[in-house]
Write a protein that binds this ligand. Structure first.
Ligand code: SF4
Length: 432
């Protein structure tokens, strides 16, 4: 795998872009982690990686989308974005996630990318606005990687994303990026309708043939105004996805990202560990993109680093999540988020103003934490080292987590199954 990956890096990439990735994301990313650890040792907090949703609008209407894409457009303006990024850079941050809605619908996106050549941006996009011209401009920037979402085959993509020819348009975006030697990734939110289509070797091989350099399999979160719960994955499927990713990392010349497990395969939540938090298009500071409640904003008068450091809402979220699960508190324990929001008087930061009702009505689902199963550790030394350095618990579970606090989201279902088992063994009443 490593030789294949090295060959691809050598022969398929623009060396200036490869250098920018290695220096801004690689070396400076490593430095930002060291600075984060030092802040934590000194009792201060500022997340080393910010997810920033710069606009709510989008041209698609995906199942399970929590962003108010159909509402009046709202953006974080360029001066506010630059101020936020400058403050984060002073903390040593060098890597930023840019989300939406659809980020390419923000007219000032390139102004921001071009204003910060010494850091690296990952833009989460559906790829529909990436023309050849846009791809050329991304190459000129050199400090940005588009992560293009593909949610299934042609048919499933249209179904999942509520528009037609979605797959083709995303693929055109991918091809424009690859043709212009932009560092390109493809991501999928694994769910019932695309699990078999995309979680297989043939799809990975297709991405490699297309010239895609990395891929990321998220696990579908049934949240928002149309959560579509039937798309949620079972615990067994989430484990299968973990196994597949670990094996493909040793086999395929492509980088495969995940945000749920450390080097030993222990589950974690990147918001609970403080690795990242989210800024919504209205500037609200949220624990993560799907927990749409905020107490603070980037527009507060205080400097952003003070806002993060002094937020009892965010620190309480991290402790609460780490105390009750190593998995996803949003899937497993929406009741705890409801009490957190009430305790801090955090505001519903959606335009639709139904986030609290959605939380109250939310079901519970299995997540990446499966204490009754043995963790699946990284097999590839490269991922083991990378995760040991940057992607681990940062001490939060060691400090807070107790298995007795964990509530099995499957408990009710398992009890039901056990009862069915018992009854199925009982001789039929008529035989009595
Ligand atoms: S709460 Fe869930 S969705 Fe949010 S960052 Fe944690 S694992 Fe991810």
């Amino acid at each position: 795998m490593l030789i294949g990956l090295a060959k691809r890096a050598l022969f398929e990439t623009d060396k200036r872009l490869l250098w920018k990735l290695a220096w801004n994301m690689g070396w400076k990313g490593f430095r930002s982690i060291q600075k984060h650890k030092k802040r934590l040792r000194n009792g201060r907090f500022f997340p080393p990686y910010l997810y920033i949703s710069i606009v709510n609008s989008c041209n698609l209407r995906c199942q399970g989308c929590w962003v108010d894409v159909a509402h009046k457009q709202h953006t974080i303006d360029v001066p506010a974005l630059n101020r936020m990024i400058d403050t984060a850079k002073k903390q040593g941050n060098a890597f930023f996630g840019i989300l939406g809605g659809e980020p390419f619908m923000h007219k000032g996106l390139f102004d921001v990318l071009e204003a910060h050549p010494n850091v690296y941006f990952q833009v989460f996009t559906n790829g529909h606005f990436i023309t050849d011209e846009v791809a050329k401009r991304l190459r000129k920037c050199g400090n940005v990687t588009p992560l293009i979402s593909i949610e299934g085959s042609e048919l499933i993509s249209d179904q999942r994303r509520g528009k037609s020819s979605v797959f083709e348009q995303s693929m055109t975006g991918v091809k424009n990026c690859v043709k212009n030697k932009v560092m390109t990734g493809v991501c999928t939110s694994l769910c019932q309708s695309n699990f078999d289509d995309l979680l297989n070797e043939a799809w990975i091989d297709r991405l490699v043939d297309l010239g895609v350099l990395y891929t990321w399999f998220h696990i579908y979160r049934p949240v928002g105004p149309q959560p579509t719960p039937e798309l949620a994955l079972t615990q067994a499927q989430q484990r299968q996805a973990r196994e597949f990713v670990v094996n493909m990392r040793c086999k395929k010349p492509i980088i495969i990202i995940d945000a749920y497990y450390d080097a030993n395969g222990e589950a974690l939540c990147p918001a609970a560990t403080g690795f990242t938090h989210h800024i919504n298009p209205w500037g609200g500071i949220e624990p993560c993109p799907i927990i749409q409640f905020a107490k603070e904003s980037i527009h507060d008068a205080r400097p952003l680093d003070e806002v993060f450091n002094e937020s009892s809402y965010l620190s309480d979220f991290r402790e609460l999540a780490a105390k009750h699960t190593r998995g996803c508190i949003a899937l497993e324990r929406p009741d705890l988020i409801e009490s957190l929001v009430a305790r801090h008087g955090a505001e519903d930061n959606t335009a639709r103003k139904t986030a609290l009702a959605e939380l109250k009505a939310a079901n519970v689902y299995p997540s990446q934490y499966m204490p009754d199963q043995t963790p699946i550790p990284e097999k590839s030394w490269l991922y083991r080292v990378a995760k040991k350095i940057a992607f681990h618990e940062y001490g939060v579970y060691t400090k807070h987590f107790k298995i007795e606090n964990w509530q099995d989201p499957m408990a009710a279902e398992k009890k039901q199954d056990a009862l069915i088992q018992i009854h199925s063994k009982e001789p039929a009443a008529s035989n009595k």
